[in-house]
Structures are given as C-alpha cells and as structure tokens.
Ligand binder design. Structure first.
Ligand code: PMV
Length: 361
C-alpha cells in the first residue's frame, strides 16, 4: 500500500485536538444474492436486495482532515493506489459536498484522502460498494471527532454509504445483509441496510470464487443500467419477483436449504441479465466465457452432487458460491475446467467476511 507517511497528521492531532486527525477504514465488497436493479432519487431502490459480505475483496481508505481558517467549502484531494485520480476525485468531491448538510463540521476542512483496493486494479471487480462504504465511515469518524462525539451509528454510515453507491449501504455490515423495504422484515428500510442475524450454521462457511472472465471496465455502467429500468417493459414483474425472492430467501437462510439457495441465486443472476438484454436499448454484459462457466457449473453440480452455484454482478465475471467443506473438489474443478475461460487464468478465492474494520496506524 502506498499511502503518504501519516506521522505528521498524528502530531497535528495531538497538538490540535478537535481540529485535525486521521480516519482509516477497510471495507469489504459484497455480492448480491437478490439483486438491486432500478432506483429513484435519492438513490432509493426499486426493490429489496440481499447480499453476502466478502472478506478479501476490500478497499482501504485513509482520510487526513484538518480544519482551516477561512475555508467556506471543503478542499479535497484524492489519490488512488498512490497516484492522483482526477475522475474519482470529482465524484468524491461531489459526494462530500452533497453531504455537508449532514456533516457541517467538514465544511471548513482540508481532506486528504487515499484509497487502495486489495484486489488487482482493473480485475473487473466493482469496487464502488467497498470504496463508498469505507469513505462514509471515514467521513463520519472525522465528523464525530470534530464535534467531540464519542461515536456514530452504523445505521447512519449505511445511509451515507447508500448516497455514494446504492449497494455500498450493505457493505457496512458483515454476513447476509438486507437493503430495501420488505414485508418479511418490519424494520427494513429503503434508506439503510439491515444485517440478517437468523442464518443457519450451514451457511457460515460459504465461499465465493470470483472467476475473472473479463478484467477491463464494462461497457455499460450500473448507473446507466439502473436508469434503463425506468419505463422498462418488465419493470413491474421484476419488482415483484425480487420482493418475493427476498421473502423466500429469508426462509432458506433460516433453514439452511442449500439446493433452494442455489436455485434462487441463479434465478436472480439470470433475471438481472434478462433485464439488461430486454432494456431499450438492450445490451449484453456476459461473454462466451461466462456462459461456458455457468453451463459447466450446472453440469458439475449434477454429476458430483455437490452444492455449488453461480451468480453474476452487472458484468461478465462469474461468482461461484460453494460450501467451505467442499473446498477440495471445488478447487480442483475450477482449476481443471474453469480457469481456461478466465482472463489470464485469474480467480479470486473469497469467503463470507467479517465486515468493516477500523485500521489503527
Ligand atoms: O450500487 P450500484 O449502483 O453499483 O448497483 C449495483 C447493482 C448490482 O450490483 C448489479 C446488484 C446489487 O444488488 O449489488
């Protein structure tokens, strides 16, 4: 990791308590089992979604903050993996400026933000969830320190992360996480995510091998995809399907029913891509390699009797989910049959994670 030395910031914090400091968080990415697709302003989902928090695919963000006399708006500089990143910087600046009503203490601050991902740059793994969640936590920590508050709530962090990137609100919690109103959870909300605690032990060792079919940036962004759900001919049916699947998944998670879990997960992945195929204009994000992998997984499942299944994000890469106990045969299946369909044989072996971590320097 190539962050600037932070010793000076610590010295500054010591000498200016309540005026300067350093916030540092590592946040995992997440993969949705029930997919969020379609939204309305301000970043509110068309349907409930449920995800699995990962462990290894993480963003680490460090933010040095300092109150400066005479500033009427925050001055922000951003570096990604040690280098200036102007496109990210303007997105982050717009995000932070939009939060000043909630975090007024940051209005007169100089913010120096550095971020890096644990997964290879441009591996096609979306980092908006992990990066916006890590940034939201840094901003809240700084705001709390500047206002002399002991702490902040994770619910608030989830709400702030959501405004940066919808799926980021789920990265604030470990394990299975729900976002969006669902009749099965009276406390659920479109504003923030909710960690799901009633999960059968058979899902505790869940693994996710991310098969990198295409490492570059995808052709159509998720934001553009969400927008295409407005006026989509199947929008109402998709909304209903996701709402029903969220309720069904609740029962499946409680009972530990792996076959039903796999069936629902694959249905959701294919439904997400069906929405893209049938948008106006329609588009296609999976590749021949993604299709080959999905077919091979189904064939191997039938042949071996093992519990494994796939899901897709809004891209060509395939997530293969399986039980930790079956790591041996699944890993040899991946190496024997799937790696040849991956760009440069890339696979990231991840698992159900521990959630965000505050990083002490
Ligand atoms: O959070 P966004 O705006 O990047 O959208 C993410 C949408 C999917 O990844 C396709 C599904 C989901 O629920 O994460």
């Amino acid at each position: 990791m190539s962050f600037i030395p932070m010793k000076n910031w610590y010295m500054m914090r010591e000498s200016q308590p309540g005026r300067a400091g350093l916030a540092s968080w590592s946040c995992p990415s997440n993969i949705a089992i029930v997919k969020y697709w379609g939204k309305r302003s301000p970043q509110l989902p068309m349907n409930p979604s449920i995800s699995l928090g990962l462990e290894k695919a993480r963003t680490h963000t460090q933010m040095a903050y300092e109150k400066r006399e005479g500033l009427s708006a925050p001055v922000i500089d951003f570096r990604f993996e040690g280098a200036p990143a102007p496109a990210f910087e303007s997105r982050i600046a717009a995000y932070i400026h939009g939060l000043l009503d909630r975090l007024p203490s940051l209005g007169s601050c100089h913010l120096s933000i550095q971020s890096s991902n644990s997964f290879p740059h441009s591996s096609g793994i979306a980092s908006s969830a992990s990066s916006m969640a890590a940034l939201a936590l840094c901003l809240l920590e700084a705001d709390a320190a500047l206002r002399g508050k002991e702490s902040f709530s994770m619910r608030e962090a989830s709400q702030l992360a959501r405004l940066g990137s919808g799926s980021a609100c789920r990265s604030i919690y470990p394990g299975f996480v729900l976002w969006g109103e669902s009749e099965a959870w009276p406390q659920s909300s479109n504003e923030f995510a909710l960690p799901l605690t009633e999960v059968h032990a058979d899902f505790a060792q869940i693994r996710d091998a991310i098969l990198v079919v295409e490492a570059g940036q995808k052709k159509v962004s998720s934001s553009a995809g969400h927008q295409l759900m407005e006026g989509h001919p199947y929008a109402a049916a998709r909304k209903q399907q996701a709402a029903e699947n969220a309720v069904r998944l609740k029962g499946i998670l409680q009972s530990g029913d792996w076959p039903a879990f796999i069936e629902l997960m694959e249905e959701e992945a294919l439904a997400l891509h069906a929405m893209m195929l049938s948008s106006r204009p329609g588009y296609l994000l999976f590749k021949a390699g993604s299709l080959a992998i999905m077919e091979l997984i189904r064939h191997f499942r039938k042949e071996s009797g093992l519990q494994l299944g796939f899901t897709l994000d809004a891209g060509a890469n395939v997530h293969l989910l399986y039980r930790g106990e079956e790591e041996g045969p699944v890993t040899s299946f991946i190496e024997r049959a799937l790696l040849l369909h991956c760009e440069e044989g890339q696979v990231i072996y991840d698992q159900l994670g521990q959630g965000p971590q505050q990083v002490k320097a």
